[in-house]
Design a protein around this ligand. Structure first.
Ligand code: UDP
Length: 245
């Protein structure tokens, strides 16, 4: 049981929440919207108050988008390192908002930036979680050619999270086709990893998905726009799409 309270009534004891950079962007074209960050922090704080151990992987798409023009023509690896640094900015913004909400939070970065964040140390991350601190994993996997989805799957497996919560913006979960392009697209409320693979359904990127499948890690894809969803998932309600073995 975690340090900050009881979690007898929650469906999961330790979760990994994947937030894309866009989840922090609000209505902006790019960048971070303080009100949005505050709202996300509020949802995490509510989950924390229920005694759930929470690890977060943040993306960087919201900031990286503003850098895309600069990155054009660059070596792919250089652009990717810029993307990873963008996730650090988001991690710090989220940490600040969480601490304003009185949630003890640590940022661990896969790229060493010792003045602003701890380095990623698995055992230390687990200890923070056990002590009831929210741990934000920044800088993705620390390697170019990967994504923060892969970082989410990797860290979830490493810290033994019971589930990966994939927050989406304005999308309820997994569909049989892209609902924005195909009006006949059907919502899928539950499926297995293997079904998702054979049907070619986009749950997360392929590397990340393979990691979840190999480690029998359940994934819940849900809409972050509904501020009650994380709380409902923790209460055991069926929200969005559940992918499990
Ligand atoms: N990135 C990377 N390695 C990682 C994670 C991220 O190179 O392990 C880079 C990559 O360029 C990616 C960017 O960081 O495009 C931002 O991450 P992502 O696109 O996953 O963020 P999101 O779309 O979730 O906001």
């Amino acid at each position: 049981m975690s340090a900050q309270g009881t979690n007898q009534t929650t469906a999961y004891h330790r979760i990994l929440l994947k937030l894309s950079g866009e989840a922090l962007m609000g209505e902006l074209d790019y960048g971070t919207d303080p009100l949005r960050v505050q709202a996300v922090a509020g949802e995490i704080a509510a989950a924390h108050a229920r005694g759930v151990e929470i690890a977060v992987v943040v993306g960087g798409g919201n900031i990286y988008r503003g850098l895309e023009a600069a990155a054009r023509g660059m070596d792919r690896a250089t652009g990717d390192y810029m993307g990873m640094l963008a996730t650090v900015l988001n991690a710090l913004a989220l940490q600040d908002a969480l601490e304003k909400a009185e949630v003890p939070t640590r940022v661990q970065s896969a790229i060493t930036i010792s003045e602003v964040a701890e380095p990623y140390i698995r055992r230390r991350a687990v200890r923070h979680l056990e002590k009831g601190r929210v741990v934000i994993f920044a800088a993705g996997t620390g390697n170019p050619f990967f994504t923060t989805d892969t970082a989410a799957a990797l860290r979830a497996a490493e810290v033994h999270a019971e589930v990966v919560l994939m927050a989406k913006n304005g999308v309820e979960g997994v569909y049989s086709a892209d609902p924005a392009k195909d009006p006949a697209a059907q919502f899928i409320s539950e499926l297995t990893h293997r079904e998702a693979l054979t049907r070619g359904l986009q749950v997360m990127d392929a590397t990340a998905f393979a990691l979840c499948m190999e480690n029998n890690l359940p994934i819940v894809v849900f809409n972050m726009a509904d501020g009650s969803n994380i709380n409902r998932i923790l209460s055991g309600s069926h929200v969005g799409t559940l992918v499990k073995t």
